[in-house]
Ligand binder design. Structure first.
Ligand code: SAH
Ligand code: SF4
Length: 355
């Protein structure tokens, strides 16, 4: 992207801002002051930064832009999953989902509020079961558009988000540079201050970028959307498997685990009669053992217009029993927010479709 026009202030780091301010002849402590106003006090304009000289505030307002996301719909209630639909400056729609404390899989349990954020408008990967990919891909989100999802939800809900999962719309690793910049800001003590271990990136399996992520210093967590433990099954529902077949993906997972000395999670949606047979569970157990991964099973959330179905509880239990017998650490997430179209991309689709 070209840099014509003002830079979104929430797309840059403290050191980058320091350089920009130095070029304007400003002392180095100014950058810290600006960040404190934005992420500490959460002000909405440069004008509100009252310890900066008025001339500098005016200059900043020319060089940088401030907010760009607008909340257009909120679904759900205080004690369940709440879904936020945002409009971007170009009219595109994205969504974030706030999930109250749940004894689940990312970070530690109990008093957590997890926010599920989007990284792209639409998705190019076209997994056959997913609402996000149905209308294709429009564009990458800027780092600021990722960061603002957290700030806006905290503002609207009055609650602090302390766990982040990149499981909203889009493929995070296909927007690598902006993702990493956003994570830097979200993690930094001068920024939002969310611990790296409370940040999980989910990918459909972009092997080269998984390795790239492994080479980054931050100890963020990685989840792989596996959904099939053989090429035959995975290929049927995830076109990305043609580009990065299971062997290539698992080799990248190995690399990640070795570099980070960290367990990864396999996400596994259970879809009736597609990937939920006994032999699928056995194949999943083998793959999970090879990588030393935890498994998180998610009963499929029905998507309007798609014919895939959630298996019966009996079938789900049978599947879990096989993982258990193989000593694979596995949990099943009975979806919160099923009623408010919580699976990624669903609210946006409802809103975009003419009534
Ligand atoms: N593109 C990334 C992250 C976004 S999708 C990825 O695929 O990992 C986040 C998770 O939601 C993925 O595991 C995805 O497979 C899952 N998902 C998509 N549609 C779903 C549905 N209808 N029901 C349940 N989970 C779904
Ligand atoms: Fe894209 Fe992930 Fe949905 Fe696949 S599951 S279409 S990669 S958002």
């Amino acid at each position: 992207m070209t840099s014509a026009g003002p830079t979104p202030i929430k797309s840059i780091s403290l050191s980058e801002l320091g350089e920009r301010l130095a070029a304007l002849g400003q002392p180095s402590f100014r950058a810290k002051q600006v960040m404190e106003w934005i992420y500490g006090k959460r002000v909405k304009s440069f004008d509100a930064m009252t310890n900066l000289p008025a001339a500098l505030r005016a200059q900043l307002a020319q060089e940088f832009s401030f907010d760009s996301l607008e909340v257009v719909r909120v679904l759900g209630s205080d004690d369940t999953t709440r879904k936020y639909l945002f409009k971007l400056h170009d009219g595109a729609l994205i969504e974030s989902v706030l999930i109250p404390a749940s004894p689940a899989l990312y970070g530690e349990a109990s008093d957590r509020r997890t926010l599920c954020v989007s990284t792209q408008v639409g998705c190019a990967y076209g997994c056959k079961f997913c609402a996000s990919g149905l209308d294709g891909w429009s564009r990458n989100l800027l780092a600021s558009e990722i960061v603002e999802q957290i700030l806006k939800v905290e503002e609207a809900s009055g609650e602090k988000v302390n766990n982040l999962v990149f499981m909203g719309m889009g493929e995070p690793l296909a927007n690598f540079v902006n993702l990493m910049k956003a994570i830097e800001i979200l993690n930094a003590p001068w920024g939002v201050g969310i611990g790296a271990r409370h940040i999980t990136v989910s990918t459909s399996g972009l092997a080269p970028q998984i390795k790239q992520l492994a080479d980054q210093p931050l100890q963020i967590r990685l989840a792989i959307s596996l959904h099939g433990a053989t090429d035959e099954v995975r290929q049927q529902i995830m076109p990305v498997n043609r580009k990065y077949p299971l062997d290539v993906l698992l080799e990248a997972c190995d690399y990640y685990v070795t570099r980070k000395k960290q367990r990864i999670t396999f996400e596994y949606i259970l879809i009736d009669s597609v990937n939920d047979r006994a032999e699928d569970a056995s194949a999943l157990a083998r793959v999970a053992r090879r990588i030393g991964a935890k498994v998180n099973c998610i009963p499929y959330n029905t998507v309007e217009g798609l014919t895939w179905k959630r298996p019966s509880e009996r079938r789900q239990d049978d599947f879990m029993a096989i993982l258990d017998a193989a000593d694979i650490p596995a949990t099943i997430r009975r979806e919160k927010g099923h009623d408010i179209a919580a699976a990624c991309g669903q609210l946006r689709r409802q809103t975009m479709q003419p009534a």
